[in-house]
Design a protein around this ligand. Structure first.
Ligand code: NAG
Ligand code: NAG
Ligand code: NAG
Ligand code: NAG
Ligand code: CU
Length: 609
């Protein structure tokens, strides 16, 4: 009996211990924080010892309406104007395209080296899209670069594509649709990648890097020159409706500016009333600080400046102007008057701030550049000297790429019109993405390079529509000389390079009546342009002036297919593009599993018989 009872007690004890342990384990498991699967942002103070985070975002692209029902009584009742889903734009009711019902789309703000996982949900009826992450090199993930028919299939209507990549390039960047007019209609937003304070080169120059201090500028609508508005953070100012950056008197603020482009591709002049701007970065890369009253940038470019809130405590206008329209964009720097003014130790002017102030700092090149009070791209210095081997006189690969428009015919009827041409070819997209479905492209039909042109292009024809590919060995040093021979448009051309950032080492002029062989010879004699091989700035977007030429240098470190293109409003249609294949096919990372496919289909010839 006794023994049995004891045994029973032992078992009970064991059972109790087991249950106790189990509940302890369950409690611990329950309380252990599991990675958040919500679509949470990674917006936090960045620290150099932190683990990178996985940051999930969801961009739902859809048709939306500006000033529609979502805006309620806006602008009569101002609180309604700030409701979720209320897009003000120029204040008219009109059909637009948005990401998450916002204009600009949501700001993606992360720390350097975080992993971004962005679900792009395409709810645009009948429109394929891709999203490009401008400023991110994608050296580990060329499939995530977002160029339709080159790195991926367009995301077809009503499907979702998940972009996954490391935000490896810190700075002020931009995400945008890369497929055509969605870009004009509102599918873009800022992509801000911050460094930890301790590794941020310019950290001593400002006190506050506020997540709200972003200015996204864009042209709105396709109005003809002179009558289209410029939006600042999605708003064309009207009475009290104006974006405001709140500052505390006495502090210095880092402000990030993005030119998101538009239909007329006009460069913008940005200035702040009663303040100078200390420009500290271009295209996300640190530069030697420049004090300027006005900064001019072209579409796709970004700049960061420090605003010292030392002026009269009041509202001061931020003006965004261009020569193309009188409808300037406005925002305000608003001094917070309830906040007591901070001590101003900075007023003992530091050597940097005591330097002379430029009337204009510009990333463009014009006649103005010779003026003492104007600083243009070739005079701006990077904070880091050009590393080897890019500072050598000769590069492994040198490419002269003239571009122009000529009267020619590309259609089968022989009708002539203006056809763009870059390095002898008019770029045409292949029928399947060359990166993810290389074997499905009919090389003979599409591809052209210096050794091969499609059969349909005769040797004597002035233009050939083809997928122009230049092969560049991995790790080689490259110099590209873009030469603007366009005599039909009075505009500059703005080019953007994918996959790499480059040093803009030289800008030349007056190449209008010089043929390409003479240009090469002039360059060999050092007469085409002067090269800055020490401090030239690092960028990903460059303006090639009318009748001018620019030289860009980079080391081809990222294996992949990378587009260099004229970023006129409609990327899709331009034709002034060229594709660089960096590395051998074996150097490319493998195609991700179940990557979407697309291509032409022509049925069996006699299937009805
Ligand atoms: C504005 O709208 C809010 C919320 O709908 C309401 O509470 C408020 O009374 C309105 N203000 C005016 C002046 O109509
Ligand atoms: C553009 O505007 C600036 C300043 O507003 C002016 O100085 C310049 O002459 C204009 N350029 C052209 C080509 O109209
Ligand atoms: C202004 O400063 C006060 C006091 O610190 C703060 O409560 C308020 O939110 C600030 N206002 C704005 C618009 O930031
Ligand atoms: C363009 O064509 C000319 C003449 O056929 C040739 O000399 C030149 O090398 C070509 N340029 C390129 C970039 O293919
Ligand atoms: Cu692009």
């Amino acid at each position: 009996m006794l023994v049995g009872r004891q045994r029973c007690e032992v078992w009970l004890l064991r059972l109790a211990m087991f249950v106790g342990l189990l509940s302890a384990v369950v409690t611990v498991i329950y309380l252990t924080p599991v990675p958040d699967l919500q679509f949470a942002s990674c917006d936090r103070p960045c620290h150099e010892l932190d683990w990178p985070m996985i940051c999930r975002f969801r961009l739902v692209l859809e048709q939306h309406q500006s000033m529609g029902g979502w805006c309620g009584d806006c602008p009569k009742n101002l609180t309604h104007c700030f409701r979720y889903g209320c897009v003000i734009a120029e204040g008219l009711t009109r059909r637009i395209l948005t990401a998450n019902k916002q204009l600009p789309g949501p700001a993606i703000q992360v720390c350097e080296n975080d992993i971004l996982v962005v679900d792009v949900v395409n709810r645009l009826p009948g429109q394929g899209v891709t999203i490009h992450w401008r400023g991110q090199k994608q050296s580990e993930s060329p499939y995530m670069d977002g160029v339709p028919m080159l790195t991926q299939c367009p995301i077809s209507s009503y499907t979702t594509f998940q972009y996954k990549f490391r935000a490896a390039q810190a700075g002020t960047h931009l995400w945008h649709s890369h497929t055509g007019n969605e870009f004009l209609d509102g599918i873009f937003g800022p992509l801000i990648v911050r460094k930890a304070d301790r590794v941020e080169e310019q950290r001593t120059l400002y006190d506050v890097d506020d997540r709200n201090h972003i200015l996204v500028l864009n042209e709105w609508g396709s109005g003809s020159a002179g009558d289209f508005p410029i939006l600042v953070n999605g708003v064309f100012h009207k009475d009290k409706l104006m974006p405001k950056l709140t500052v505390t008197p006495g502090l210095r603020y880092r402000i990030r500016v993005v030119h998101a482009g538009g239909g007329n591709s006009c460069p913008f002049f940005v200035s702040v009333q009663n303040h100078e701007m200390l420009v500290i970065a271009l295209d996300g890369k640190s530069i030697k600080p420049v004090n300027a009253r006005t900064v001019q940038i072209n579409q796709g470019e970004r700049f960061d400046f420090v605003l010292s809130a030392y002026a009269e405590p009041a509202d001061h206008l931020i003006q965004v102007r261009t020569n193309c329209t009188k409808m300037e964009g406005l925002a305000a720097v608003s001094y917070n008057l309830t906040e007591p003014s901070r001590a101003q130790p900075q007023l003992q002017i530091s050597p940097l701030e005591s330097q002379i102030t430029m009337d204009l700092m510009s990333t463009l090149t014009s006649k103005e550049c010779t003026k003492e009070s104007v600083m243009c791209l070739n005079e701006i210095s990077s904070i880091h000297d050009i590393p080897e081997p890019l500072n050598k006189p000769k590069m492994d690969v040198t490419l002269y790429l003239p571009f122009d428009y000529i009267e020619a015919s590309t259609d089968h009827l022989g009708r002539a019109g203006l056809v763009p041409r870059l390095g002898n070819a008019t770029f045409m997209f292949p029928s399947s993405p060359i990166l993810s479905q290389p074997d499905e492209i009919d090389v003979d039909e599409f591809i052209c390079n210096e050794h091969h042109t499609p059969e349909r292009c005769s040797a004597t024809a002035p233009v050939c529509e083809c997928t122009h590919i230049v092969e560049i060995p991995l790790k080689s040093s490259v110099e590209i000389i873009l030469i603007n021979k366009d005599k039909y448009s009075s505009n500059d051309h703005v080019f953007h390079l994918h996959g790499h950032s480059f040093r803009a080492v030289g800008i030349g002029h007056d190449v209008k009546d010089v043929d390409i062989e003479s240009i090469k010879q002039l360059d060999r004699q050092g007469k085409l342009m002067e090269r800055n091989l020490v401090t030239a700035v690092e960028k990903d977007t460059i303006t090639v002036p009318k009748d001018g030429a620019v030289a860009l240098r980079f080391v081809a470190t990222s294996p992949g297919y990378w587009l260099l293109h004229d970023q006129s409003a409609s990327h899709w249609a331009s034709g002034l593009d060229i594709l660089f294949k960096v590395g051998e096919t074996s150097d490319l990372p493998p195609v991700p599993e179940h990557f979407p496919k697309c291509g032409s289909w022509v049925g069996p010839q006699f299937f009805l018989i």
